[in-house]
Design a binder for this molecule. Structure first.
Ligand SMILES: [Zn+2]
Length: 449
């Protein structure tokens, strides 16, 4: 007698898709077979649906505690569940306090356990003042340490210079932890922004010009150099340009332990969209030209990008309004749309195989961050599932969004591939527009496999 039987779905794995029945007991997959017999307390008929491993979004900013009015774990995790995501890794900023020591880690853990519908892991921060606290963050179970090589946009999270980054990476390497960096050169971006603002040039175009690809490449190169020198594992978040991915691919080819992430917004939106949409599409690094976007897709196809994260970074609507585009809060709300955007733009429009998409959104993410029981649908794994009607066509409406602030550059976009049901450890957390009201999210801590 199983807890749950799911019949006749199409199971998506990194090796391809196959018809299968799934049996689940105690939150885990206990049997996978083309045809399962036996009884269960609950059954789901998944005929015609694809079953993906729940997405793992290793890059969100839910801003709790302290800035829960920006998003918070309750609304953020509902949006994730609605988008087929069953695990998230929360960034150390922009919660207040930021996650820089054991005490702030504990506060965030408690807040997330109380409100999250899905499982989670936490990033610790790496700033000039907390090198001595990295050990205790590791002890608490942080998956790694996030540093900014340029201004973070928030006062309580300072950028690192190369010296601090080097000391942080030395310590992280000793702790067996990875360091993630926001890679843009601070000198160049600060100088260009200052010059533009002084001349009164504060439009979207001016902002774009102040954050050139070269600033990103410079920082990526330096971060890789420091990782190579210290032997620290490095993860470069939200790379927006083709040449940036090439730098990572070259370093990997010479056995540097470096991985990289890109985000749906770089794959789906361009500079023109930022000009057209304004604040809702502001992010840094900024959106790029079409040619860069095509290079990202090509790198994705070639396997040069290891993970895709949403970099969901919302704010109250009032922070999205300012005379100067430099003053507007930068951060795109998009975590609910991660999988549907990849299915629409990657699978349907560009023929990317589902096996690659599940690798990028689940299996490789779990592997890189050592998340136990997550990322692939095998016997013994957590039954974290996204049931998807791959052919269904929908338009994303404002009222579909579960975010605290219903903003997103994807409103009005036609999506092909609809998430119909999401399960966390065998329990339904989302079904056809409705989220569960019970918070069962648990903290995951990295485990070597
Ligand atoms: Zn971010």
């Amino acid at each position: 007698m199983y807890d749950l039987l799911i019949h006749d779905g199409i199971l998506v794995t990194s090796n391809g898709a196959k018809y299968a029945d799934l049996a689940i007991s105690d939150g885990k997959l206990v049997a996978i077979s083309p045809q399962l017999t036996g009884s269960a307390s609950e059954e789901i008929d998944a005929t015609g649906l694809h079953i993906f491993p729940g997405v793992i979004d290793a890059h969100v900013h839910f801003n709790e505690p302290g800035r829960t009015n920006w998003e918070g774990f309750a609304t953020g995790s509902r949006a994730l569940a609605a988008g087929g995501t069953t695990t998230f890794c929360d960034m150390p900023l922009n919660a207040s306090p930021p996650t820089l020591d054991a005490a702030s880690f504990a506060l965030k853990r408690e807040a997330s356990e109380a409100a999250s519908l899905v499982d989670f892991a936490l990033w610790g921060g790496l700033v000039p003042s907390n090198i001595e606290q990295l050990d205790e963050l590791a002890e608490c179970g942080a998956i790694g340490f996030k540093a900014f090589m340029s201004n973070s946009g928030i006062d309580d999270f300072d950028a690192v210079d190369d010296d601090t980054l080097q000391r942080g990476m030395e310590r992280a390497a000793r702790l067996g932890k990875l360091v993630a960096v926001h890679a843009e050169d601070d000198h160049l971006t600060t100088k260009l922004a200052r010059e533009a603002i002084k001349k009164g040039q504060t439009s979207v175009r001016d902002y774009l010009q102040a954050r050139p690809v070269s600033a990103e490449l410079d920082a990526i190169q330096r971060a890789i150099g420091i990782a190579e020198a210290t032997g620290c594992s490095l993860h470069i978040v939200h790379i927006s340009c083709g040449a940036g991915i090439s730098l990572v691919a070259e370093a990997r080819a010479r056995n540097v332990d470096v991985s990289c992430e890109t985000c749906p917004h770089y794959l789906v939106l361009t500079e023109e969209d930022m000009e057209r949409m304004g604040a809702v599409a502001k992010c840094s690094p900024p959106l790029r030209i079409k040619a860069e976007q095509e290079m990202l897709w090509e790198h994705l196809r070639m396997g040069h990008i290891q993970t895709i994260g949403s970099d969901h970074s919302p704010s109250p609507t009032t922070m999205k309004i300012a005379q100067s585009f430099f003053q507007v809060w930068g951060g795109i709300s998009g975590c609910q749309s991660l999988l549907s955007l990849l299915l629409t733009k990657g699978h349907h429009e560009r023929n990317l195989p589902l096996s690659l998409l599940t690798t990028l959104t689940a299996e490789a993410v779990a592997r890189r961050f050592q998340l136990p029981g997550k990322g692939k649908l095998v016997i013994g794994a957590d039954a974290d599932l996204a049931l998807v009607d791959l052919q269904a066509q929908t338009i994303l409406h404002t009222e579909d969004l579960h975010y605290r602030h219903q903003q997103s550059p994807y409103i009005g976009m036609s999506m092909r591939g609809q998430i119909t049901q999401t399960l966390l450890r065998g329990r339904t957390v989302y079904k056809q527009g409705q989220c569960s009201t019970q918070a069962h999210g648990q903290l995951l801590t990295p485990q070597r496999r």
